[in-house]
Write a protein that binds this ligand. Structure first.
Ligand SMILES: Nc1ncnc2c1ncn2[C@@H]1O[C@H](COP(=O)(O)OP(=O)(O)OP(=O)(O)O)[C@@H](O)[C@H]1O
Length: 263
């Protein structure tokens, strides 16, 4: 189990903050009462059932979906790198990994080589993208997101279709990226167990934020236990070290055992 992450430096303005954000599609209110701040050097994971609004929240952060209520503030000049769930590539077009990265962003070959190296797939540079395995393609998509030199990296279900060893390696890699580039990372995931171990902050979403905080605090929260009954991650608190305090996503020290929002 990784050591607990240091407290975010709250003198640092957040990379992005959502204030009382709501999103509505026609009659359906998909998100409401969303207060969230993402900081440099921290991995925040959004969990929640299908249709909970996770991708919509990510799209608000990316600036693709405008909130129907509330406010989003971004640090000036904020660069966001996005790794999609999947990408459609034309099978009839011969395209190497390097060519694929060059399509996304003009720039030096050196930068593409570095990004592939950081994603652990330097050896795939000249391979055809169509011939990559699911796990290899995920790494290439990560390299593509890193090419933007992001302050914030947003990954939508990055471990989908990757086996457990591959997922573990991917989360290890994200921790390295966080530590070396000091960027903030927002992950969307279904895969609770690994994610709970690999993340700094967890946000449990079901149209509103049901609970949030460190993995230990969230795994003890009744709202989380109701959402994922019997899940092994609900036992996480039993085998991780106990904190004498917690920090919420706004960086405030919270002396309560957990940080729980009632709705
Ligand atoms: N552009 C849109 N127009 C209308 N409804 C939408 C739109 N985007 C999302 N929705 C609806 O909003 C709800 C939340 O969708 P969203 O994709 O954000 O959930 P999610 O938590 O990411 O789900 P999953 O885990 O299944 O990927 C769903 O009911 C979806 O049908």
């Amino acid at each position: 189990m990784a050591a607990p992450r240091p407290v975010p430096d709250t003198t640092d303005a957040p990379l992005i903050a959502l204030h009382d954000v709501a999103v509505r599609f026609g009659q359906q209110e998909v998100l409401s009462d969303i207060h969230l701040a993402l900081h440099s050097g921290r991995i925040t994971t959004l969990i929640g059932p299908n249709g909970a609004g996770k991708s919509t929240l990510a799209r608000v952060i990316l600036g693709i979906v405008p909130p129907s209520r509330g406010r989003v503030t971004r640090r000036t000049g904020l660069r966001i790198g996005y790794m999609p769930q999947r990408i459609k590539i034309d099978d009839s077009l011969p395209l190497t990994v390097d060519g694929f990265l060059a399509l996304g962003m003009a720039g030096a070959t050196r930068a593409r080589r570095d990004a592939l190296g950081r994603a652990g797939v330097a050896h795939l540079r000249r391979r055809a993208v169509q011939a990559l395995s699911g796990g290899e393609m995920q790494r290439v998509l990560l390299a593509r997101a890193l090419l933007r030199k992001p302050d914030l990296l947003v990954l939508d279900e990055p471990a989908q279709g990757v086996d457990v060893a591959g997922q573990d390696a991917l989360y290890g890699l994200l921790a390295e990226v966080r530590d070396e580039l000091r960027c903030g990372i927002l992950l969307i995931s279904h895969d609770l167990h690994l994610v709970m171990a690999a993340t700094d902050d967890v946000v449990c979403l079901h149209h509103h934020i049901c609970c949030s905080g460190t993995p230990e605090a969230v795994s003890r929260d009744p709202a989380f236990r109701d959402m994922f009954p019997g899940h092994p991650a609900t036992n996480l608190a039993l085998y991780t070290h106990e904190h004498d305090h917690e920090h919420d996503l706004h960086g405030n020290v919270d002396c309560a055992e957990h940080h729980h929002h009632d709705h």
